[in-house]
Design a binder for this molecule. Structure first.
Ligand code: GLU
Length: 451
């Protein structure tokens, strides 16, 4: 309760990345958990760029963070950069030195160029206990921290001071961050107590682990959020996936019960139910979720987005034959896991495929003349279907019994290869419908001629 006006205190959270590298999945999940918690409580969320490390912080990484969060749809109410808040830190540092909770320490420089004065925290050497929403009760004896350094001089605060001052000054009520932040907590609590700050509520989220249970890193594949964007993942799917890393809505795995759009997540997410143990990153699961999002997206929208994932020559053709492109999208939407998959599988819709005649033979079929007679049978059937009835159901209806009798592979494989020239492609009924009567017949004839 806010004592002044008896209103429940407004929740304030912050996401506080250091711009020292591209924004990775772990950070994005921390941002997401902050966002979900804040939104469901009608609170305020702050983005605070922690760029006190001037050597490692880079503007391009800050941009990467902002772009990544924007793409994911994680919005902030306020924005700060620590490098622009030196005056605030100085004010608190001076107060601490005045009050004796910090002191200027004269020290023998250990190396040339090192300062002879630094500012140390006067450690009261107490035990600190705090209740973490995820980890439960955590206790530290702060004696071992000694009188740790809080600033190089009055103008140059160090990390823990900046964090504790900012959290206080910005009215942060809940600190949701990665559990690599646990070891920072005792120093930050000590500083809070020295400057008269109330203690925020902590929730330390377990790390994301690779399938081999080691810390997830680049060697396990892509970890940068913006790379997922480039590869053609849907932002909502990545959000959905990240939310399920460490938190579970108790739906059955691999079913629709695991598909949540951002607004549903805001309603369902529960910070108290985030699990303590590390969450295992599983790319197949992300791909599965992404696939569900692709299937649920309107074809017109997909057609617009997917065209940018085509190589230039195909893009031009898809643009010119946009109706064909939309039909291609409608069948590929059932097959691809991410947008970039489209590029290597669809050229045959726009070009007559090239392939070796041996490819037409189904694996058990040694006799190419048999294959030829199957193709001739199909050719006759296709020629007899009226243009207006040339659709997948009718074609399938007319070919199916024959295929059952002669062996499905023996008949349908060459049919498919004649249309696509590929080892893998959609079924031949769908492809014939998309290609249309004239083009399908032309391709079957080509195949027969090859033999
Ligand atoms: N800036 C820290 C980091 O990027 C996070 C600090 C915090 O959330 O307290 O790891």
């Amino acid at each position: 309760m806010d004592k002044k006006n008896n209103q429940p205190q407004k929740i304030v959270t912050r996401f506080a990345p250091s711009p020292t590298g591209p924004v990775h999945l772990g950070s994005a999940r921390t941002a997401l958990f902050n966002y979900l918690f804040t939104k469901q409580n009608g609170g305020k969320m702050i983005l605070r760029i922690e760029d006190t490390d001037t050597e490692r912080s880079k503007p391009e990484y800050e941009k990467d963070i902002i772009d990544g969060l924007d793409w994911l749809g994680i919005k902030f109410d306020e924005f700060y950069r620590q490098s622009e808040r030196k005056d605030v830190y100085k004010k608190y540092l001076s107060k601490m030195v005045e009050e004796g909770t910090a002191y200027i320490s004269k020290e023998e420089p250990k190396e040339e160029g090192q300062r002879s004065e630094i500012i140390r925290f006067k450690n009261p050497n107490v035990k600190i206990k705090f209740n973490d929403l995820i980890r439960g009760e955590i206790e530290f004896d702060t004696t071992e921290l000694g009188d740790f350094v809080v600033a190089r001089d009055m103008e140059s605060p160090l990390y823990h001071l900046a964090v504790a001052v900012d959290d206080f000054d910005m009215g942060v009520t809940h600190i949701i961050r990665g559990d690599d932040g646990i070891s920072n907590t005792p120093r930050q609590i000590l500083i809070q107590e020295a400057i008269g700050a109330p203690r925020p509520i902590y929730a330390h989220i377990p790390l994301i682990l690779a399938p081999d249970k080691s810390k997830l890193s680049k060697r396990h594949g892509v970890v940068s959020v913006n790379k997922y964007k480039e590869e053609g993942y849907i932002s909502g799917a990545l959000i959905n996936f990240l939310a399920l890393l460490g938190w579970s809505p108790q739906g059955r795995e691999g079913t629709d019960e695991e598909i949540f759009y951002l607004d549903e997540l805001v309603k369902k997410f529960d910070i108290n139910k985030v699990q303590k143990k590390g969450a295992i990153f599983n790319i197949e699961k992300l791909n599965w979720i992404n696939k569900q999002y692709i299937r649920n997206a309107p074809i017109d929208h997909l057609a617009e987005v997917l065209i940018d994932f085509l190589p230039d020559d195909l893009k031009k053709e898809a643009d010119e034959k946009y109706d064909l492109w939309k039909k291609v999208v409608s069948i590929e939407a059932e097959r691809i896991e991410k947008f970039s998959d489209i590029a290597d599988s669809i050229d045959y819709f726009f070009h007559v495929p090239e392939y070796e005649k041996e490819m037409l033979n189904w694996k058990d079929e040694k006799d190419i003349d048999k294959t030829k007679s199957h193709l001739e049978y199909i050719l006759n059937i296709l020629c007899d279907i009226k243009e207006s009835a040339f659709n997948r159901e009718i074609i399938k209806g007319l070919v199916w019994d024959y295929a059952e009798k002669e062996g499905r592979g023996n008949v349908l494989w060459p049919f498919r290869v004649a249309l696509s020239g590929k080892q893998k492609s959609p079924d031949p009924f769908m492809m014939s419908e998309v290609l249309g009567k004239e083009e399908s017949i032309k391709r079957i004839k080509n195949a027969i001629e090859k033999i």
